[in-house]
Design a binder for this molecule. Structure first.
Ligand code: C2E
Ligand code: MG
Ligand code: MG
Length: 590
């Protein structure tokens, strides 16, 4: 197999050397010789033989000394050595073993014995090397190359053992699933090499932070798992403290040249046996808890609860069904009237377009049941396009019937992250032949709270482009989100919609009343039209009208309805407005 085995013969006696050469001639070995201990030692280092036949007694550096040097040298320590001693010399035999020889070959040589010993020792050596190689491969298969930490395979193997042991001892343990926040951005910012160095450093920090009996593994990318040593009982506070320690270890500053970077992570905690009995289930539950922590923001942790799994399963099912909702034509649009409040009688201005899902089993669903799933799965982008197209088609039908309805269409922040959104809007307006000035896009405050400068600028430009087309922009649910008014200067919008949570108490709660009055005054100061949502009672309507609110929306005027049901309402109102010659469409506030 492969190249010939190289045997180094170190012997000061030329006759002994010749004898060995002759005896081993028939075997296909490569034989090399050294005539004293020193030369032998040098050849061991340079020629890296597979086996040394070493004479014990030599002048100068003798065989025992060579043997000792070999065993003390890291690179050749495992070299097989057969020491040659004369048969009677018991003392030398003992000394040879002490010096570290693998075996002893008695002089004078017995041909058969010599050949067998040499062959078997070489075979053993090859076997040992194969073992080492297998071990190296094993290491590669079980350890993460970047950080040197155990990988998922080894984690799985060890956790399986821990579980067996813990079950027998009635012990418990905690599993922490850690995930660095915003690592994708960091990766882009630093580049792969620096980001890798960062991961290595995080790995080292976590390693220093865990207990001696704990295990740390890296799964993929920016995900680490810590399994705490099993114990008799678990203390929630202790576990929390341990997780907080890990999170703060991650949060310590990292220096990159002149820059200081502070990372955060989120963690999910699952407990054995309370949360799961199997390795994969424990990891899955810890990961689920981690996802829940992430949803709450950066630097958070969460204990797993069974409810999470239930929610997760439901969500997944819902997401799958929602994927098909579009192609199965299960989505519907409802329309709710928007009324001008400052006229003598409330006049119709337009409608808000509201999405519904005709679910095959659960019936008609309002967005609260699926809009989160649509957002988180990204499905909202496709759905949003469909909504805009269908709404504009319907709007065009109304316009053609002489009903100059303004459409307010809800949009998700996700749609504005898409570079193609502007294009989509243009295409759909052209396709449906709907006049842009009759279109209002409702956006949420979260869109205006961009993550970074670049994104911020992009959104400013995008909104500008939309307004240049005559499309109006409206901030929906004003007051529920960030309510940082400063953005209203930077982002030009036309309308502000006061959330219904303020409207509901406006006639009964003085502080809500004051707040709503202040919002209206401020919005007017900025030249914005104000819409109040969720008007259900006359008292609310009266208050808002007095406070100068421009537009009202709510069950008091009309519920969301399908197009065919709301059309008669639109016809009636526009006919009235026409008869009394009031402008039905003041596109601008004042
Ligand atoms: P929103 O944009 O704030 O819509 C107003 C919500 O208030 C609607 O709920 C409407 O039915 C409800 N509403 C109107 N008047 C009253 C009232 O007098 N009393 C009460 N209690 N509620 C009233 P809906 O239709 O369930 O929609 C909920 C949210 O879902 C919307 O809130 C909007 O944020 C989102 N949404 C709806 N359609 C779409 C869509 O096509 N795309 C996106 N991205 N989001 C949508
Ligand atoms: Mg809305
Ligand atoms: Mg709203």
């Amino acid at each position: 197999m492969g190249s010939k085995n190289r045997i180094l013969i170190i012997d000061d006696d030329p006759i002994a050397r010749a004898a060995l050469e002759m005896l081993l001639e028939t075997e296909s070995y490569e034989l090399v010789f050294a005539v004293n201990g020193e030369e032998g030692w040098q050849k061991i280092l340079t020629l890296k033989p597979d086996l040394v036949l070493l004479d014990a007694v030599m002048p100068g550096v003798d065989g025992f000394a060579v043997c000792q040097r070999v065993r003390a040298h890291a690179q050749v320590r495992d070299l097989p050595i057969l020491m040659v001693t004369s048969l009677e010399d018991q003392d030398s035999r003992l000394k040879a073993f002490e010096a570290g020889t693998d075996d002893i070959l008695p002089k004078p040589y017995n041909e058969l014995e010599l050949k067998t010993r040499v062959r078997s020792i070489l075979r053993m050596n090859r076997f040992r090397r194969l073992l080492e190689q297998a071990e190296r491969l094993n290491r590669l298969a079980k350890y993460d190359e970047l950080t040197g930490l155990p990988n998922r395979a080894l984690l799985h193997e060890q956790m399986t053992q821990w579980i067996t042991h813990a079950a027998r001892q009635r012990q418990v343990f905690a599993v922490f699933y850690l995930d660095l926040d915003q690592f994708k951005q960091i990766n882009e910012l630093l580049g792969q090499n620096q980001a890798n160095a960062l991961l290595q450093q995080i790995g080292r920090r976590l390693n220093e932070c865990i207990g001696a009996g704990d295990m740390l593994a890296r799964l993929v990318g920016n995900e680490f798992v810590v399994v705490q040593e099993a114990r008799g009982k678990l203390d929630e506070q202790e576990i929390s403290a341990a997780v907080e320690d890990l999170l703060s270890a991650i949060n310590m500053p990292v220096l990159f040249g002149l820059h200081e970077l502070r990372l955060t992570a989120c963690a999910g905690i699952a407990l054995y046996p309370a949360d799961a009995l199997q390795v994969e289930d424990l990891l899955k539950n810890a990961e689920t808890a981690k996802a829940r922590a992430k949803a709450q923001g950066k630097n958070q942790y969460q204990f797993f609860t069974a409810q999470m799994n239930f929610n997760l399963i439901q969500r997944l099912a819902l997401e799958t069904q929602l994927r098909f909702a579009l192609e199965h034509h299960e989505l519907r649009l409802f329309y709710q009237p928007l009324m001008l409040l400052q006229a003598a009688h409330p006049e119709l201005l337009g409608v808000e377009v509201l999405l519904r899902w005709q679910h095959p089993e659960r019936g008609l669903l309002t967005p609260e049941h699926f809009i989160d799933v649509a957002e988180q799965s990204g499905l909202i982008v496709g759905i949003g396009e469909w909504v805009l197209e269908m709404a504009c088609r319907q709007g065009k039908i109304w316009h053609d019937q002489g009903l100059p309805v303004r459409l307010s269409v809800n949009t998700s922040s996700l749609q504005y992250r898409q570079m193609s959104w502007l294009n989509t809007v243009d295409t759909l307006l052209t396709l449906t032949n709907f006049e842009p000035r009759f279109l209002e896009l409702e956006i949420t405050e979260s869109l205006l709270m961009a993550q970074d400068k670049e994104q911020d600028n992009r959104i400013v430009v995008l909104l500008q482009h939309l307004r240049e087309r005559g499309i109006r922009l409206s901030i929906d649910d004003f007051g529920t989100g960030y309510s940082a008014l400063s953005y209203l200067r930077r982002f030009q919008v036309d309308t502000l919609k006061i959330d219904k949570s303020f409207v509901s108490e406006v006639a009964t709660d003085p502080s809500d009343a004051t707040l709503v009055q202040a919002i209206i005054a401020m919005a007017h100061g900025l030249g914005l039209q104000v819409v109040a949502e969720g008007i259900e009672e006359d008292a609310q309507h009266g208050f808002l009208k007095n406070a100068g609110c421009d537009v009202g929306q709510g069950y008091l005027f009309g519920r969301p309805q399908p197009a065919e049901e709301i059309t008669p309402f639109l016809q009636k109102h526009f006919a009235y407005q026409k008869a009394h010659e009031v402008s039905s469409f003041p596109n601008e506030p004042e």
